[in-house]
Write a protein that binds this ligand. Sequence first.
Ligand SMILES: O=C(O)CCC(=O)C(=O)O
Ligand SMILES: [Fe+2]
Length: 346
Amino acid sequence: MTTLSEVYRDNPVSDHHITPLDFDLIDGRVPESHLWPQFVEPGNKTQTRNLQDSPIPVIDLTSPDARNLIGQACETWGMFQVVNHGVPLELVNKVESESRRLFALPTHEKRTVLRSADAATGYGSARISSYFEKGMWHEGFTIMGSCVGDAKVLWPHDYQRFCDTMDAYQNHMKLLTHNLLLIILETLGVTQEEMNWANSTHDSQGALQLNSYPSCPNPSQAVGLAPHTDSLLLTLLNQNDISGLEIFVDGLGWSQVQPVEGAFVVNVGDLLHIFSNAKFPVVSHRAMVNQSKHRISVAYFHGPPVDSRLAPSSKFEKPCFKPLLVKEYVSLKTKHFSKALSLIRT
Ligand SMILES: O=C(O)CCC(=O)C(=O)O
Ligand SMILES: [Fe+2]
């Protein structure tokens, strides 16, 4: 069985796109390497609108309507926020404080666990960095399963609480993703076999991504995380109480997804877009930065076994994507980024 880490190992990112900026050295100016000429961004879609009513619905998982609302949100937006999801707020807060403890370490210490070019885990820039000329105002730490190796390097005598927190959180994320996918797939009306494929608890692949966006002297000239879609099936994002997540809505432009206390932002990834035969849109999103606050977000990505076959569900008579293996799609995305989906269109 191939793992997601192995697929990333076979699709390395170039070395110079791995090391984040040394944020300890920022002297009140955004360096040239991280100055984004906003007006030349593709499609000139840079303007943020502060929507009073965020178009993304907030759904109470315990409400009798939850199922319908989730189905509708997936079809309309490919995204929703979920509350009353059963993940203890105390654990969510602990994940944030442990993430802050990690990112508060001096740069040279964080770099002792720098991700290598052919690895998927550790400290480093987002994998999407290599598609953009300018650097992002961001540093990340990726965990797949146990993080004890890296944590022992960072805190030789005090690694356990970081690991225990991340382990407990990953277990909760697995469970919640499983429950949400069950609902989503039921609304699609897929077969039991397909349900097992997308929602296997056994050889599914998950990754936890801790994102750090230090405060930035000139936020209008920097980008936290450039526009992208998430590659796997479903993402659960905790953005705490500092806004920064934006989605691109046709006709509206970039719109803020307001943080809701205790909520997770759930979004459809490329694989679910393909499996739903494009019935569920995949939302392009980005993270913007802040002048006074250091923002932390935590994303959990869920995917099916990477050796398995990926295609639109058999319930669709006219599939609009060609079949391929999950690992072939991940590799295509690494090579072609935002063009990957169009390359497999029928
Ligand atoms: O920090 C955010 O709000 C977005 C994070 C994100 O899009 C990601 O990790 O893929
Ligand atoms: Fe994302």
